[in-house]
Every structure is written in C-alpha cells, then in structure tokens.
Design a protein around this ligand. Sequence first.
Ligand code: G6P
Length: 467
Amino acid sequence: MARLVVVSNRVSIPDPTGKGSAGGLAVALREAFQGQDGLWFGWSGKVSAHPSAEPRMIDKGHVRYALMDLTATDRREYYSGFANRALWPVMHYRIGLSEFSRADYAGYLRVNRTFAGALARLIRPDDLIWVHDYHLIPLAAELRALGLANRIGYFRHIPWPAPEVVGTLPGSQDLLRAITDYDLVGVQTARDADNLRRGILQEFDAAQRTADVIALDGRQARVKGFPIAIDMSGFEQAAPRPATHRLLKQTVASLGSRSLIIGVDRLDYSKGIPERMEAFERFLISNPDQRGRVTYLQIAPTSRSEVPEYAALSRTVSETLGRINGAHGEPGWVPIHYVTSAYPRSVLAGLYRIARVGLVTPMRDGMNLVAKEYVAAQDPEDPGVLVLSKFAGAAEQLGGALIVNPNDKFEVAEAINAALHMDQAERIARWQRMMDLLRRYDIAWWTNAFLKELAGQRKTSKARRPA
Ligand code: G6P
C-alpha cells in the first residue's frame, strides 16, 4: 500500500491521553491514518527567529509528524496576511473585507515554496500526497517544479465562490492555474465544484474532458464534491454520557425548566454571530410569552485575533450581546450566555443533546461540522431541531433541518419559534432523515472515497515548472 502523506497548515499531534486536538479538520485527518503508516507535514504553530530548513520530526504511533517553524514575518504575511486577510474573506463572499498586499502575497508564495522544498526531501516515489485547505494552494505546483510526479490530491475545506467573486482577488489567476497541478481536487459541495470548474474554463484555454475532469497545458485535474463528515460512532457514544464537566453541570443546573438554544462557532465574521443574536432578539420581541423561558448559549472561541477584522468582530459581538441582554434581561434571567473558551468535544456533545434548538446560521461556510455534530448528539426518542443557514455546505445534505437565510432576522426568528413548538413526531422524522445520511456518509466514507479516487488516478505524466 502506498504511504499516505498529509499536508496541512495546522497539524494535530495526539496529546498524552491520546485525544489530541478536537478541531474538525484534525479529527478528520486523524481518521485518514487509521490502519496505515503515514507522514503529516505542516506548520508547528511556532514562530522562531531562525527556523531550520528541515522539519522537526516526532513519531507517535504509526504517524510521523514533520513540523516547520515560521519566522514572525512569514506568519504575518503568509498566515495572518494573505491567507486570512485577503483570501479568506473573498472565499466567503466578503469582498469588501479583503485586504490585499503584495508583500503578504509574496510571503504566502515564499512559505509554500519553503514547505515544498522541505517536504520534497521526505517524499518517496510511491507516496500518495494529500494537501489541505487554502493556505497551501500553490504547494503542488512547487512540488512539481522540484520534479515530483507523485499523485497529489487537494481538499478544500472552505467554499469556492463564483468566478466573478474569486476574480476580484489579485493573484487569483495564478492560484487557479496552480489548482490544476493537483490530480484530484475535492471540494465540499456540488456548487463549489461547479464554481471551480467554471472558473478554470473561463480563465484559461482549458478543455472539459468529462463532467469532472478539466485539462490544461497537458495536465488533467478532476474536480469533485466530497462533503466532509464526522466520526459518528464517537459522537453518538459521547453525547448520552452523564454530565461531569463543570460547564455542562452548570448549564443543566441554571436552565431549570427553560429551553436551551445553542450556537457553537469560532469567533469569525463568516459565522454570522451578531446577526444571529439580533435574530434571537427579534424572536423575543415577536414572542413575548417566551421571555424567561429560553436561554441562548453562544460558545465562540476566539480566533485569529491578530487580524484587525476579527478584533473588530469581537467588539461588535460584545456590544450586541450587552445591548440585547440589557434591553431584554430581567433579574434572574439573562437571555444570551456568551462564552469564548474552547470546550472539549465530549462536553459539546452533552450540550448539544440538552439543547432544544441548534442554531447554525453562518453567512457562508464550507460545510459546518457543528450542524452535523448537533444532529448526531440528539436523543433518538426526543431530538432537538436544527436551524441551518442555506449558505452552509451542510444544507446540501441536511434537508431535515429548518433551512433559513441568515440575512433575514425575521425568518430566523420564525424558525426558532417553529423549532421550539415542533411536535415530537415531526422532530423524530426530520432527525431520522438526517441521521440516515450522516451514518451512510461518515468520516471513514469521506477519507476512503477521496483516497481511493486519488490512488486510482493516472499518475501525473510530467513534472513542470510553474508558469
Ligand atoms: C477553518 C479552516 C481550517 C482552519 C480552521 C481554524 O476550519 O478551514 O483550515 O485550521 O478554520 O483556523 P486557524 O486559523 O486557527 O487554523
């Protein structure tokens, strides 16, 4: 069997208890290594004044981790700058928030080249290479330039928007071309796949060979939807465990007979957190009988706070929260509880299970695994209701949710009300529909489907210099 080499900006090394990072990408990629030896290459998360050109190697179980440090300038230009300040907003349809700088873009290309150089020295001819996410788009082109002819796959965890939107980002033409250096490109949804293929066909003199395959300059890239999934058995087992964690115990104790509405997101403007709080306020205004009978718990771990747009969001959320709680709260009842710490998956599973409503209303999201986890954690006899944004990739699969447009706070408020009043038979029917799909397409399906297809690809005919 070919060795698997995973490359991602974030690398998750299991901690001594064997649990490791609880992030969706990390959990998904750990599954990829089940039953086979592999190498996981990426950023150590550390900054160093003089980083070594060779990665630090750590062996854990059958996986070898290869970790690269970055300089402070690399981190600022590649990670905070181009990836998270220019690319991320455009890919989430927020053109107005995108701040492009040539220095940042040069830093992004430089780090990709450095990573490719270090990785190439570790690669064996038959390795299967699987690169992840928007930080590393040019990696295959750089590896090809170094002469590697291995099969290289790419998975995109965030959306790929319509060509007119992507085209606003300086450098996007080069990135589009670089995508075709991968043999297989996986995206979250059929819409993302269609957008990406259209982008390549509009921008270059490329040919569409089959529904999925685009040919450009003698190379062929297959672009396909592989909706990422969750570890179903892990979640179904964790959710019913008795409440032992402090947050879970406190939440249960403070709820009394109130219904819990829950939102869990990284503190990111793509998640629509202030908009969701305003929709909840609208729900309280429209349904005064519900005052004092519901609690909305928003868990939002701080993220990328060195990026100015994230710091501004943090202020907006605090202001919105303070205003709503001040205007609607009463002695003995705080409408919105807001927590910025990250909690282990097992605690989240318990909270999802006691929440009558899962509020997942991003303005844009590649997939959104919280939506899937909320469904997986429910009690089969008495499940809660998922309210889901039509702009989350998960909406393509989770038709059993109440699907909403997060830009319309009245619509979201009505969905919250409908969810709280939905009868048990309808809740079970909707939940069952979603569970059937989640069980069929779980995380093992996702990794196997991608890797099988990548392994079956014709080996790239020639290495080349990037244009
Ligand atoms: C999204 C991205 C991941 C990223 C994660 C956390 O899910 O798709 O690539 O790792 O956000 O963001 P951070 O900037 O902390 O890695």
